[in-house]
Design a protein around this ligand. Structure first.
Ligand SMILES: NC(=O)c1ccc[n+]([C@@H]2O[C@H](COP(=O)([O-])OP(=O)(O)OC[C@H]3O[C@@H](n4cnc5c(N)ncnc54)[C@H](OP(=O)(O)O)[C@@H]3O)[C@@H](O)[C@H]2O)c1
Length: 344
């Protein structure tokens, strides 16, 4: 039976923490490039380059573009054995070659999988399990916002399949390798957009007639954060720690393709974060021991943040809906924690 770790929140009234709370409460400065600029100075952030990940295997999805590509390069520079899960072989080869050349780290490779296809997820998990007895960190970073409705092979909305079902299945299948890291780390890249959406299981996959890409995206991102907490309740932190995070608003191909207006307005004002700032907390959670002190938290700019900003979304987040979400994931992917060979 997994042990439950009790986290005691320490409320700090230092001037830095008060300024940080004001930035967080006002959303726009927090999510834009202002956030990391201010917080780096307020809290004297350690440079990512001060960490050494030699001997650690880090698996990251969506490492061929944007935040994931930048993060993969930083992780390689820190000496990690970086494995990118990618859907496009040509792009994956080019990314791996470039990162190896730029960092001098030969331990960068890829595994092919279209995460919208569950047979691909299962094949990638089998390949990873075959190659690595131990996986220290699994980062679920891949994701996309589709302005037009797209469906996965399973029939689910593609954004939900990519962000909810695929991470659930991949985590479940790789639990033995993560446990071998003693403890392993699972990180999931959510979005601040999830603050706008309630937890909905019956409407997780929006009806066609109501489809709105940004809303569908935010619902899947809300589900990611809830599942992160549920994994942490089910698996002891001494075995695997789970953390969700959001990167703020980052200048990436994903944003310029899906939200061109957003890029057009914020880009010239230099308010979008660069990919390095977008990847900062993700890499930091993979490297810093503070990530091992708790499990099931939601992070932004190296600090634990609230998962709700609106009373309506808080009211939606009931134990019954949570249970239904977990059951939906198990039924949809065919992977069940209690039937897994390593059930607690
Ligand atoms: N940028 C932001 O402001 C922002 C804000 C909040 C949250 N996020 C989240 O951060 C993560 C990274 O976003 P980004 O902005 O860096 O996006 P991006 O530049 O579009 O990169 C997305 C990555 O996901 C991969 N991917 C997409 N569909 C896939 C599939 N079916 N199978 C396998 N891989 C797939 C892409 O592969 P290809 O290279 O083959 O396309 C790419 O490597 C996402 O989860 C996103 O929701 C971003």
């Amino acid at each position: 039976m997994a042990r439950t770790r009790v986290t005691v929140a320490v409320v700090s009234f230092s001037p830095s923490s008060i300024i940080d709370s004001i930035i967080e409460a006002t959303v726009v400065p927090s999510f834009t490039s202002i956030g990391p600029g201010a917080r780096r100075r307020l809290f004297g952030w350690e440079s990512l380059e001060s960490y050494d990940l030699t001997g650690q295997t880090v698996v990251i999805t969506g490492g061929t573009s944007g935040i994931g590509e930048e993060g993969s390069g930083i992780l390689a520079r820190l000496g990690a054995n970086v494995v990118i899960v990618a859907r496009n072989q040509v792009k994956a080869e080019a990314t791996v070659d470039r990162i190896k050349a730029e960092t001098g780290n030969p331990a960068v490779s890829f595994v092919l999988a279209d995460l919208g296809k569950q047979d691909n997820v299962r094949r990638a998990a089998a390949e990873l399990a075959d190659r690595y007895n131990t996986i220290h960190t699994l980062i679920h970073n891949a994701g996309a916002l589709f302005n037009e409705r797209r469906r996965a092979e399973s029939g689910a909305d593609l954004a939900v399949e990519l962000k909810v079902a695929a991470p659930f299945l991949l985590t479940g299948l790789l639990l033995p390798q993560l446990r071998n890291a003693d403890p392993g780390r699972v990180l999931i890249m959510s979005s601040g957009g999830m603050y706008t959406q309630p937890l909905s299981v019956s409407q997780l996959d929006m009806p066609d007639e109501d489809y709105h890409g940004a809303v569908q995206y935010a619902r899947a991102k809300r589900a990611q954060v809830v599942l992160n907490e549920m994994w942490a309740q089910r698996i002891g932190a001494e075995e695997v720690v789970f953390h969700a995070l959001h990167p703020g608003w980052v200048d990436t191909p994903g944003v310029s393709d899906a939200l061109p207006g957003f890029s057009k307005v914020l880009g010239p004002l230099h308010l979008l974060r660069d990919p390095r700032a977008g990847a900062d907390t993700m890499v930091w959670l993979a490297a810093d021991d503070r990530a091992l002190e708790t499990s099931g938290e939601f992070w932004h700019d190296r600090k634990v943040r609230s998962t709700h900003k609106l009373p309506t979304t808080k009211a939606s987040d009931t134990p019954e809906r949570r249970q239904r979400l977990w059951e939906w994931c198990e039924a949809h992917t065919g992977w069940s924690l209690h039937e897994s060979p390593t059930a607690p």
